[in-house]
Design a protein around this ligand. Sequence first.
Ligand SMILES: [Zn+2]
Length: 303
Amino acid sequence: MPELPEVETIRRQLQRSLPRRKIKSVFVYLDKMVKAGPGKISNIKSGSKKFSAVFAAGLRNRTITKVERRAKYLIIKLTGRRNLLVHLRMSGQLIYLPKKDLKNPLALSMAKTAIKQTLPGKHTHVEFIFSNGDKLFYNDTRQFGHLRLVNDKEMRDVFAAHQLGPEPLTLKLKEFSAIIKKHSNKRAKDFLLNQSVLAGIGNIYADESLFASKISPLRKVGKLKPAQQKLLFASIRKVLKKAIALGGSSIEYFLMTNGDSGSFANEHLVYGKAGQPCPVCGRPLKSQKIGSRTSVFCAYCQK
Ligand SMILES: [Zn+2]
Protein backbone atom coordinates (compact mmCIF):
# COMPACT_ATOMS: atom_id res chain seq x y z
CA MET A 1 0.00 0.00 0.00
CA PRO A 2 1.50 3.34 -0.96
CA GLU A 3 2.54 5.36 2.09
CA LEU A 4 4.03 8.85 2.42
CA PRO A 5 7.29 8.11 0.51
CA GLU A 6 5.48 6.49 -2.41
CA VAL A 7 2.93 9.29 -2.71
CA GLU A 8 5.69 11.89 -2.37
CA THR A 9 7.66 10.11 -5.11
CA ILE A 10 4.63 10.38 -7.41
CA ARG A 11 4.12 14.01 -6.43
CA ARG A 12 7.69 14.97 -7.28
CA GLN A 13 7.52 13.22 -10.63
CA LEU A 14 4.13 14.68 -11.56
CA GLN A 15 5.33 18.12 -10.48
CA ARG A 16 7.94 17.80 -13.22
CA SER A 17 5.46 16.70 -15.93
CA LEU A 18 2.06 18.19 -15.17
CA PRO A 19 2.25 21.95 -14.53
CA ARG A 20 1.14 23.94 -17.61
CA ARG A 21 -0.51 20.83 -19.13
CA LYS A 22 -4.02 21.61 -20.33
CA ILE A 23 -6.61 18.83 -20.02
CA LYS A 24 -8.22 18.18 -23.38
CA SER A 25 -10.42 15.25 -22.39
CA VAL A 26 -11.03 12.75 -19.60
CA PHE A 27 -12.38 9.22 -19.95
CA VAL A 28 -13.78 7.43 -16.90
CA TYR A 29 -13.92 3.69 -17.62
CA LEU A 30 -15.06 2.65 -14.14
CA ASP A 31 -17.56 5.04 -12.56
CA LYS A 32 -17.05 3.95 -8.95
CA MET A 33 -13.47 5.29 -8.93
CA VAL A 34 -14.80 8.86 -9.01
CA LYS A 35 -16.17 10.05 -5.69
CA ALA A 36 -18.05 13.13 -4.60
CA GLY A 37 -17.85 15.47 -1.68
CA PRO A 38 -18.06 15.59 1.28
CA GLY A 39 -19.42 18.86 -0.13
CA LYS A 40 -21.07 18.07 -3.44
CA ILE A 41 -19.94 19.31 -6.82
CA SER A 42 -23.42 18.43 -8.03
CA ASN A 43 -26.54 16.69 -6.79
CA ILE A 44 -25.93 13.68 -8.99
CA LYS A 45 -25.13 10.44 -7.20
CA SER A 46 -21.42 9.59 -7.32
CA GLY A 47 -20.48 6.29 -8.93
CA SER A 48 -22.96 6.85 -11.76
CA LYS A 49 -22.29 7.44 -15.46
CA LYS A 50 -23.81 10.85 -15.09
CA PHE A 51 -21.49 11.76 -12.21
CA SER A 52 -18.45 10.66 -14.20
CA ALA A 53 -19.61 12.94 -17.01
CA VAL A 54 -19.84 15.88 -14.57
CA PHE A 55 -16.36 15.00 -13.27
CA ALA A 56 -14.89 14.89 -16.79
CA ALA A 57 -16.62 18.13 -17.81
CA GLY A 58 -15.30 19.81 -14.64
CA LEU A 59 -11.74 18.97 -15.65
CA ARG A 60 -11.91 19.71 -19.35
CA ASN A 61 -10.00 22.77 -20.56
CA ARG A 62 -8.46 23.37 -17.14
CA THR A 63 -4.71 23.75 -16.83
CA ILE A 64 -2.69 22.08 -14.10
CA THR A 65 -0.78 24.57 -11.98
CA LYS A 66 0.92 22.52 -9.29
CA VAL A 67 1.03 19.08 -7.67
CA GLU A 68 0.98 18.93 -3.87
CA ARG A 69 0.57 16.24 -1.23
CA ARG A 70 -1.20 16.01 2.10
CA ALA A 71 -0.67 12.72 3.98
CA LYS A 72 -1.38 10.00 1.37
CA TYR A 73 -3.47 12.33 -0.82
CA LEU A 74 -2.13 13.76 -4.06
CA ILE A 75 -3.49 17.21 -4.82
CA ILE A 76 -3.39 18.14 -8.50
CA LYS A 77 -4.16 21.85 -8.53
CA LEU A 78 -6.02 23.28 -11.51
CA THR A 79 -6.98 26.68 -12.79
CA GLY A 80 -10.34 27.94 -11.51
CA ARG A 81 -9.47 26.87 -7.95
CA ARG A 82 -10.26 23.25 -8.55
CA ASN A 83 -8.29 20.40 -7.02
CA LEU A 84 -8.14 16.86 -8.25
CA LEU A 85 -7.58 14.68 -5.17
CA VAL A 86 -6.19 11.22 -5.80
CA HIS A 87 -5.90 8.53 -3.14
CA LEU A 88 -4.07 5.42 -4.35
CA ARG A 89 -5.15 3.22 -1.40
CA MET A 90 -3.98 -0.38 -2.03
CA SER A 91 -2.99 -0.58 -5.66
CA GLY A 92 -3.58 2.75 -7.42
CA GLN A 93 -1.03 3.87 -10.01
CA LEU A 94 -0.58 7.11 -11.90
CA ILE A 95 1.38 6.62 -15.09
CA TYR A 96 2.34 9.65 -17.16
CA LEU A 97 3.34 8.96 -20.72
CA PRO A 98 4.63 11.58 -23.11
CA LYS A 99 3.07 11.24 -26.56
CA LYS A 100 6.21 9.57 -27.97
CA ASP A 101 6.10 6.79 -25.32
CA LEU A 102 2.40 5.88 -25.60
CA LYS A 103 3.12 2.73 -27.60
CA ASN A 104 5.67 1.39 -25.08
CA PRO A 105 4.31 -1.63 -23.18
CA LEU A 106 4.66 -1.61 -19.38
CA ALA A 107 4.47 -4.29 -16.66
CA LEU A 108 1.96 -2.99 -14.11
CA SER A 109 2.79 -5.20 -11.14
CA MET A 110 5.90 -6.57 -9.46
CA ALA A 111 4.68 -10.16 -10.01
CA LYS A 112 7.09 -12.23 -12.11
CA THR A 113 4.12 -13.29 -14.23
CA ALA A 114 3.13 -9.69 -15.05
CA ILE A 115 2.58 -9.23 -18.78
CA LYS A 116 3.69 -6.03 -20.44
CA GLN A 117 0.82 -4.04 -21.91
CA THR A 118 0.15 -0.69 -23.51
CA LEU A 119 -2.20 1.75 -21.80
CA PRO A 120 -5.13 2.09 -21.38
CA GLY A 121 -5.12 -1.50 -20.11
CA LYS A 122 -7.60 -3.73 -18.36
CA HIS A 123 -6.97 -1.94 -15.03
CA THR A 124 -6.96 1.61 -16.39
CA HIS A 125 -10.04 3.26 -14.90
CA VAL A 126 -9.46 6.92 -15.73
CA GLU A 127 -7.52 8.42 -18.64
CA PHE A 128 -6.51 12.07 -19.00
CA ILE A 129 -5.50 13.40 -22.40
CA PHE A 130 -3.57 16.66 -22.56
CA SER A 131 -3.60 19.20 -25.36
CA ASN A 132 0.01 18.32 -26.30
CA GLY A 133 -0.91 14.64 -26.77
CA ASP A 134 0.66 13.37 -23.51
CA LYS A 135 -1.55 11.17 -21.30
CA LEU A 136 -1.99 10.35 -17.63
CA PHE A 137 -3.48 6.97 -16.69
CA TYR A 138 -5.05 5.98 -13.38
CA ASN A 139 -4.74 2.20 -12.99
CA ASP A 140 -6.05 0.30 -9.98
CA THR A 141 -6.16 -3.50 -9.89
CA ARG A 142 -7.97 -3.81 -6.57
CA GLN A 143 -10.15 -0.73 -7.16
CA PHE A 144 -9.95 0.71 -3.63
CA GLY A 145 -8.51 4.08 -4.67
CA HIS A 146 -10.49 7.11 -5.73
CA LEU A 147 -10.40 10.47 -7.43
CA ARG A 148 -12.38 13.55 -6.44
CA LEU A 149 -12.74 16.96 -8.03
CA VAL A 150 -13.21 19.55 -5.28
CA ASN A 151 -12.88 23.27 -4.67
CA ASP A 152 -10.59 24.56 -1.90
CA LYS A 153 -13.23 24.49 0.81
CA GLU A 154 -14.35 20.99 -0.10
CA MET A 155 -10.73 19.86 -0.01
CA ARG A 156 -10.30 21.25 3.50
CA ASP A 157 -13.52 19.42 4.45
CA VAL A 158 -12.14 16.11 3.11
CA PHE A 159 -8.98 16.49 5.18
CA ALA A 160 -10.93 17.61 8.26
CA ALA A 161 -13.29 14.65 7.92
CA HIS A 162 -10.27 12.33 8.04
CA GLN A 163 -8.72 14.25 10.95
CA LEU A 164 -5.31 14.12 9.33
CA GLY A 165 -2.49 14.65 11.80
CA PRO A 166 0.70 16.64 11.13
CA GLU A 167 3.20 15.76 8.40
CA PRO A 168 6.15 13.88 9.94
CA LEU A 169 8.69 15.58 7.67
CA THR A 170 7.76 19.13 8.62
CA LEU A 171 7.16 18.47 12.31
CA LYS A 172 9.63 19.77 14.92
CA LEU A 173 10.99 17.54 17.71
CA LYS A 174 9.26 19.71 20.31
CA GLU A 175 5.89 19.19 18.60
CA PHE A 176 6.59 15.45 18.27
CA SER A 177 7.25 15.20 22.03
CA ALA A 178 4.02 17.10 22.73
CA ILE A 179 2.10 14.59 20.57
CA ILE A 180 3.73 11.70 22.45
CA LYS A 181 2.63 13.25 25.72
CA LYS A 182 -0.93 13.59 24.44
CA HIS A 183 -1.03 9.95 23.32
CA SER A 184 1.15 8.50 26.08
CA ASN A 185 -1.05 5.42 26.49
CA LYS A 186 -0.75 4.27 22.87
CA ARG A 187 1.61 1.47 21.89
CA ALA A 188 4.37 2.68 19.58
CA LYS A 189 2.97 0.80 16.58
CA ASP A 190 -0.58 2.09 17.08
CA PHE A 191 0.85 5.58 17.61
CA LEU A 192 2.70 5.55 14.28
CA LEU A 193 -0.15 4.03 12.27
CA ASN A 194 -2.81 6.40 13.57
CA GLN A 195 -3.31 8.93 10.75
CA SER A 196 -4.79 11.52 13.11
CA VAL A 197 -1.62 11.40 15.24
CA LEU A 198 0.91 11.50 12.38
CA ALA A 199 -0.14 11.50 8.74
CA GLY A 200 1.26 9.26 6.02
CA ILE A 201 3.03 6.44 7.89
CA GLY A 202 1.78 2.91 7.24
CA ASN A 203 2.94 -0.58 8.12
CA ILE A 204 6.24 -0.57 6.19
CA TYR A 205 7.63 2.68 7.52
CA ALA A 206 6.31 2.13 11.05
CA ASP A 207 8.13 -1.23 11.33
CA GLU A 208 11.32 0.14 9.75
CA SER A 209 11.35 3.29 11.94
CA LEU A 210 10.80 1.29 15.14
CA PHE A 211 13.59 -1.14 14.26
CA ALA A 212 15.95 1.75 13.46
CA SER A 213 15.21 3.32 16.84
CA LYS A 214 15.40 0.00 18.80
CA ILE A 215 11.89 0.52 20.18
CA SER A 216 9.41 -2.33 20.54
CA PRO A 217 6.13 -1.80 18.68
CA LEU A 218 4.40 -2.83 21.93
CA ARG A 219 6.08 -0.17 24.05
CA LYS A 220 3.76 2.58 25.35
CA VAL A 221 5.06 5.84 23.88
CA GLY A 222 4.56 7.61 27.23
CA LYS A 223 7.34 5.38 28.63
CA LEU A 224 9.92 6.56 26.10
CA LYS A 225 12.76 8.58 27.61
CA PRO A 226 13.55 11.94 25.95
CA ALA A 227 16.59 10.40 24.21
CA GLN A 228 14.40 7.61 22.79
CA GLN A 229 11.78 10.09 21.63
CA LYS A 230 14.52 11.99 19.86
CA LEU A 231 15.86 8.80 18.29
CA LEU A 232 12.38 7.73 17.13
CA PHE A 233 11.76 11.17 15.66
CA ALA A 234 15.11 11.11 13.83
CA SER A 235 14.58 7.51 12.63
CA ILE A 236 11.16 8.29 11.15
CA ARG A 237 12.64 11.21 9.21
CA LYS A 238 15.67 9.26 8.09
CA VAL A 239 13.66 6.25 6.91
CA LEU A 240 11.06 8.38 5.08
CA LYS A 241 13.68 10.56 3.41
CA LYS A 242 15.77 7.63 2.26
CA ALA A 243 12.64 5.92 0.90
CA ILE A 244 11.69 9.05 -1.04
CA ALA A 245 15.22 9.32 -2.43
CA LEU A 246 14.96 5.72 -3.70
CA GLY A 247 11.50 6.17 -5.26
CA GLY A 248 9.55 4.33 -2.53
CA SER A 249 8.93 0.62 -2.00
CA SER A 250 7.59 -1.37 -4.95
CA ILE A 251 6.19 -4.55 -3.45
CA GLU A 252 3.06 -5.46 -5.36
CA TYR A 253 1.70 -2.63 -7.46
CA PHE A 254 3.48 0.57 -6.58
CA LEU A 255 5.21 2.12 -9.60
CA MET A 256 6.72 5.48 -10.34
CA THR A 257 4.95 7.65 -12.93
CA ASN A 258 7.14 6.38 -15.78
CA GLY A 259 6.32 2.76 -14.91
CA ASP A 260 9.64 2.01 -13.19
CA SER A 261 9.69 0.45 -9.73
CA GLY A 262 11.03 2.22 -6.63
CA SER A 263 13.99 0.53 -4.99
CA PHE A 264 13.54 1.08 -1.25
CA ALA A 265 12.11 -2.44 -0.78
CA ASN A 266 15.72 -3.65 -1.19
CA GLU A 267 16.60 -1.62 1.91
CA HIS A 268 13.88 -3.02 4.19
CA LEU A 269 15.48 -4.45 7.32
CA VAL A 270 12.42 -6.01 8.99
CA TYR A 271 9.22 -5.38 7.02
CA GLY A 272 8.09 -8.61 5.34
CA LYS A 273 11.00 -10.54 6.89
CA ALA A 274 9.35 -12.47 9.74
CA GLY A 275 11.44 -15.51 10.72
CA GLN A 276 14.55 -14.23 8.97
CA PRO A 277 17.60 -13.33 11.06
CA CYS A 278 17.66 -9.88 12.65
CA PRO A 279 20.26 -7.84 10.71
CA VAL A 280 21.76 -6.71 14.04
CA CYS A 281 21.75 -9.73 16.40
CA GLY A 282 20.92 -12.64 14.08
CA ARG A 283 17.99 -13.93 16.12
CA PRO A 284 14.80 -14.68 14.13
CA LEU A 285 12.53 -11.67 13.62
CA LYS A 286 9.19 -11.97 15.32
CA SER A 287 5.81 -11.39 13.72
CA GLN A 288 2.86 -10.33 15.82
CA LYS A 289 -0.52 -8.81 15.17
CA ILE A 290 -0.77 -5.40 16.85
CA GLY A 291 -4.04 -3.59 16.33
CA SER A 292 -5.19 -4.84 12.94
CA ARG A 293 -1.75 -5.04 11.32
CA THR A 294 1.08 -7.57 11.46
CA SER A 295 4.26 -6.12 12.92
CA VAL A 296 7.71 -7.55 12.32
CA PHE A 297 10.38 -6.74 14.87
CA CYS A 298 13.31 -8.11 16.87
CA ALA A 299 12.14 -8.93 20.39
CA TYR A 300 15.79 -8.83 21.52
CA CYS A 301 17.01 -5.57 19.95
CA GLN A 302 13.78 -3.60 20.29
CA LYS A 303 12.76 -2.77 23.84
ZN1 LIG B 1 17.97 -8.27 16.91
